[in-house]
Design a binder for this molecule. Structure first.
Ligand code: IMP
Ligand code: MG
Length: 197
């Protein structure tokens, strides 16, 4: 049987890249304390690691949205389910994302945040699926360019599963995973990294 998923980025590769991003952010935000905003839920794992590599004062906040993928949302509409606690007027905002795919979600969020009068708004994404871009959004920081494949782990889910995998996997056999969404559960228990494809 062919394997269902293969490793795309190992935990060690992620750790090194997150550290690089942290250093780049420190050098760009050498004055003031930026507000790092994470989009629930996928972005939280990345945010937690990233902020410990940004060795300067900063604040964090969270927002939650209903995505384009949700059945009850029409294309082009995103609804804020949980808004920020922070007033970002006059602040330097860094939106921290797990993955930018079409960019539609991000484009909505940027418009929404810019309307609140921040000093600046930039984006830091761990994964950039740039080949899939529809909306013209350009993250200032990107961890890895991501191939046009479904990925999971390190915050990213498949039907709410696998956010707690330490590595990022790419799905080789989506039909098999859809037939058995728990097929990759043994990887959680073992902490085993599957082969690269
Ligand atoms: P966009 O609006 O197409 O850029 O959608 C971005 C959102 O889609 C991300 O925040 C993820 O929640 C989800 N997404 C896109 N690609 C993947 C993937 O390969 N695995 C898991 N979630 C994904
Ligand atoms: Mg997301």
């Amino acid at each position: 049987m062919p394997q269902i998923a293969s490793v795309l980025f190992t935990r060690e590769e992620i750790r090194r890249r997150v550290s690089d991003l942290g250093r780049a952010i420190v050098s760009d935000y050498s004055h003031g304390d930026p507000v790092l905003i994470s989009v629930l839920k996928g972005g939280t794992i990345f945010l937690a690691d990233l902020i410990r590599e940004v060795r300067r004062p900063l604040e964090v906040d969270f927002l939650s949205i209903s995505g384009f993928g949700d059945a009850d949302e029409s294309l082009g509409r995103v609804r804020i389910l949980k808004d920020l606690d922070t007033d970002i007027a006059g602040r330097d905002v860094l939106l921290v994302e797990d993955i930018v795919d079409t960019g539609l979600t991000l484009s909505y969020l940027l418009t929404n945040l810019e309307a609140r009068g921040p000093e600046s708004v930039h984006v830091c994404t761990l994964l950039d699926k740039s080949v899939r871009r529809i909306a013209p959004v350009e993250p200032r920081y990107a961890g890895f360019d991501c191939p046009d494949r479904f990925v999971l782990g390190y915050g990213l889910d498949f039907r709410q599963r696998y956010r707690n995998l330490a590595d990022i996997l790419a799905i080789d056999d989506m039909a098999a995973l859809q037939a058995d969404p728990d097929a990759l559960v043994p990887l959680l228990a073992d902490g085993v990294t599957p082969d690269r494809s």
